[in-house]
Design a protein around this ligand. Structure first.
Ligand code: ADP
Ligand code: MG
Length: 629
């Protein structure tokens, strides 16, 4: 028996490994299974060139087992195995990867299946084990060796008994302590779930003896049902990932089932997107647009992200860097050989490959949605009704940096077409004398349609976008322009009058300067009172100037920490409405009623705009006074 110390730098590295590289203890199993998978690959590869070695691929297997009494877990394979020198070299030196050197002899295609390359994965087992035994017999030799280590102190190596080729690793689990319950791994269900989660797509079968409860065979027909525990060997992993299968071999239903199973949805997805890229960065992605928002989608708990795999082995469950916020509803998996397994979150974020993949995925989703919009309108509308808010949110989120990335995908309700249209469609159908995009916002379509400001713009034949969601106006404000056309909120000043009309109105307003300013004094809240041409049947309306519209003010008012942001409002009175004449008359003859009328008119304007009337009982008394006259 030989006793050896780890090389000194290895000691420090080992300490670092165990305590900081991996934050998640569960991944030890993934690492050891991946090593076994590599070993199986290697022996198969060897058999292709070595005439004396006959191997049937179907015999290659990884066996998993556990023993509650000795508190051990075993992982064994009939792979290539290690001789004495290899045990010393590969396991005695941290950051030495036998797989990396092996890979050098392989072609690009053959390399693809080998997972290891950094030479650190094996040591992750020390996160959960106080002692590790590696019993191995190399395919080239008749003697087997046992490598044993209890962590940083070093390891021993001695000849041992093993008849068959391959490696068996035994982990003696740490004792449970306050921080961690290591014995949880001594459980069939736990191990099964870990294999499913991290190693489901390892190409060789991972088998374990499991216990099933089965109905006992009956001696007599009338015997009662009796159950017994039966032990059976079960393959735990599904082996070939659906995204690696030939596209022609996978049906729509297969994709749907995979989606529903993996992302626990009871509904099939609205759209399946597959993509396979080879080149500087090679990867496959399988993406899904859900048909409905996940139940927690609009809560803080929702985490966006795609499952990231390195050659079929899970690296990260929800890699958020792979999805922009505006596509946060997309689910799916990305598998790339260019990413290594032993990569920390921080390193991953800096990874160039990951950035390239993320950018490509962004473009891919965008193109697929655009294609749906152009060629399958009904389906797109269905999608937009579910996730459109998120797209619009994406326009103004991130300080408006992403505003142009999705502006061609968002839709608003058109007053002329009476349905959702894109901004592109609005601009294409603009009238010859029109150079602006008109919109107005309000709580519901019904309400916006009946806003006093809408009448005149509609009469001139201009289309108006009706914004009914609170994100809408923020998105439009962030966009500022579309196709070089400015957005105009028709709640504010819109310049639609002819020169002649404008001149006439200016004169009226000047002539009634005193009347208007005394109205303003009575109301106080508004910054201006004026006569207007923009109304037809309505007597009054409330408009705004400045950046904050009435709808925005409502959003601000509803926020928990109100910032006191108020819209600057103007009360406009319909010049052609009989009420104008009446007011002028009262101003001259009956100041008391003039005061009452002013208050009533202002509260009317507020009600139409959907704003609360502060002094509701006073106003209703005033109205009643007038009615009883
Ligand atoms: P990596 O897998 O990144 O190379 P590891 O620390 O996981 O690094 O493993 C180190 C090396 O030990 C591997 O490259 C391989 O040569 C050898 N090895 C580990 N497990 C096995 C095994 N089950 N069978 C044969 N060789 C193994
Ligand atoms: Mg490894």
């Amino acid at each position: 028996m030989e006793k050896k110390e780890f090389k000194s730098e290895s000691k420090r590295l080992l300490d670092l490994m165990i305590n900081s590289i991996y934050t998640n203890k569960d991944i030890f199993l993934r690492e050891l299974i991946s090593n076994s998978s590599d070993a199986l690959d290697k022996v198969y590869y060897k058999s292709l060139t070595d005439k004396n070695l006959k191997i049937d691929k179907d015999d290659l297997v990884i066996n998993l087992g556990f023993d509650k009494d000795s508190k051990t877990i075993t992982i064994s394979d009939n792979g290539i195995g290690m001789n004495k020198d290899e045990l010393v070299d590969n396991l005695g030196t941290i950051a030495k990867s036998g797989s990396l050197s092996f890979k050098e002899s392989m072609t690009e295609e053959e390399k693809k299946n080998i997972i290891g390359q950094f030479g650190v994965g094996f040591y992750s087992a020390f996160m959960v084990a106080k002692k590790i035994e590696v019993l191995s017999k190399s395919v080239d030799e008749d003697v087997a060796y046992l490598w044993e280590s209890e962590g940083v102190d070093g390891y021993t190596i001695k000849k041992a008994d093993k008849k068959t080729r391959g490696t068996t690793i035994t982990l003696y689990l740490n004792d449970d302590d306050e921080e961690f319950n290591y014995s949880k791994y001594l459980d069939e269900y736990e191990l099964k779930s870990l294999v499913k989660k991290y190693s489901d797509y390892v190409q060789f079968p991972i088998k374990m003896e499991v216990t099933h409860s089965k109905l006992k065979e009956k001696k007599n027909k009338d015997d009662k049902d009796e159950y017994e525990d039966v032990k059976e060997i079960e393959t735990l992993n599904s082996q070939t990932p659906i995204w690696k299968k030939n596209k022609n071999d996978v049906t729509e239903e297969d994709y749907n089932n995979f989606y529903m199973d993996k992302f626990s949805d009871y509904d099939k997805p609205l759209k399946v997107i597959t993509t396979s890229v080879e080149g500087l960065t090679t990867y496959k992605a399988l993406l899904f647009i859900p048909s409905h928002a996940p139940y927690d989608y609009y809560t803080k708990e929702y985490e966006k992200g795609l499952s990231l795999y390195s050659n079929g082995v899970l690296i990260m469950d929800k890699c958020s860097d792979l999805l922009p916020d505006y596509f946060s509803f997309v689910k799916g998996v990305v598998d790339s050989e260019d990413l290594s397994l032993n990569i920390s979150r921080e390193m991953l974020q800096e990874s160039r490959s990951l950035k390239i993949i993320a950018k490509n995925i962004d473009t891919k989703i965008h193109n697929e949605l655009k294609d749906m919009l152009d060629n399958n309108r009904d389906k797109y509308i269905e999608f937009f009704q579910t996730f459109g808010t998120q797209l619009k949110y994406g326009v103004y989120n991130n300080y408006g940096m992403d505003k142009d990335k999705v502006s061609d995908l968002i839709m608003f309700y058109s007053s002329n077409k009476e349905k959702l249209i894109t901004l592109d469609e609005y601009v294409k159908d603009m009238k010859e004398n029109q150079d602006k995009i008109y919109y107005i916002s309000g709580e519901s379509l019904e309400k916006v349609k009946n806003m006093p400001q809408v009448e005149m713009v509609k009469e001139k034949g201009f289309d108006i976008l009706f914004l009914t969601e609170y994100v809408d106006e923020f998105a439009i404000t962030a966009l500022q322009k579309f196709d070089d056309k400015e957005f105009i909120n028709i709640e504010k000043d819109v310049d639609l009058d002819s020169e002649e009309e404008k001149e006439k109105l200016k004169k009226t307003n000047e002539k009634n300067k005193d009347l208007l300013s005394s109205m303003k004094d009575i109301i106080k809240d508004v910054s201006e009172v004026k006569f207007t041409n923009r109304l037809k049947k309505y007597p009054v309306c409330l408009t705004t100037k400045g950046d904050v519209s009435i709808e925005m003010q409502k959003v601000f008012d509803s926020m928990p920490n109100q910032m006191g942001i108020k819209a600057e409002t103007i009360l406009e009175i319909n010049e052609k409405h009989p009420i104008s004449k009446k007011i002028k008359k009262l101003y001259k003859e009956d100041k008391k009623s003039f005061d009452k009328y002013t208050k009533i008119l202002y509260s009317q304007a507020k009600i139409i705009a959907g704003l609360p009337v502060d002094d509701a009982s006073e106003i209703s008394n005033l109205i009643c006074d007038e009615l009883s006259k």
